[in-house]
Write a protein that binds this ligand. Structure first.
Ligand code: ACO
Length: 156
């Protein structure tokens, strides 16, 4: 089971997390102009998408929050993909992981990955996968992941 350090909480993203999530994600990549209204309707969409069986959320967006300040310390998502292969198996895709710069190096990234992995496995996934920059391989290895395959892409 995932242990959360004193002074922090981990939970699904809520509409109130707008500013904190956008700020935290912008250390990962370009977020651009996302209004509070757009954020709110995406959170609503994430909260209403369920898989065909077992009352399982398709999107599992999480935040780690610092209790004393309400600040978002970290954010990430595990998306559960419904497949046909492996007897209608499920695969979890970990996406959009970011730990705020002032919160890095405190094991919150590892906590977030452990939590998202647990959510994926408890949802019934037979594997959890992610793509990352080579510089983050050592971090994910410490979280129990190993390299399997190569990421390829076409960029628009
Ligand atoms: N290289 C090697 N080791 C690392 C690295 C790294 N880049 N980052 C962390 N570690 C190690 C730590 O030293 C620690 O090791 P220890 O347990 O032996 O002490 C262990 O990994 C856990 O580290 P945390 O403190 O949990 O790491 P942190 O909270 O700083 O989060 C993260 C790491 C997520 C990479 C953070 O630095 C970050 O947000 N970076 C910028 C955004 C980013 O690259 N996100 C990942 C994108 S990939 C994706 O989204 C699927």
């Amino acid at each position: 089971e995932v242990r959360v350090p004193n002074g922090f909480s981990i939970r699904r993203i809520q509409k109130q997390d707008y500013e904190g999530v956008i700020k935290t994600l912008s250390i990962l990549t370009t977020v651009g102009a996302v209004t509070e209204k757009q954020f709110g309707s995406i959170v609503e969409y994430w909260d209403t998408q369920k898989l065909p069986k077992g009352d399982v959320y398709k999107y599992n967006p999480y935040v780690i929050v610092e209790d004393s300040t309400g600040k978002v310390a970290a954010t990430g998502n595990v998306i559960i993909e419904q497949k046909l292969i492996h007897e209608c198996g499920l695969v979890g895709h970990i996406e959009d992981i970011a730990v705020g710069s002032e919160f890095q190096g405190k094991k919150l990234g590892a906590l977030l990955i452990n939590k998202l992995t647990e959510v994926g496995l408890e949802s019934g996934c037979y594997k959890i996968i992610l793509d990352c920059d080579p510089k983050n391989v050592a971090f994910y290895e410490k979280c129990g992941f190993h390299t399997a395959g190569v990421e390829m892409q076409i960029k628009a």
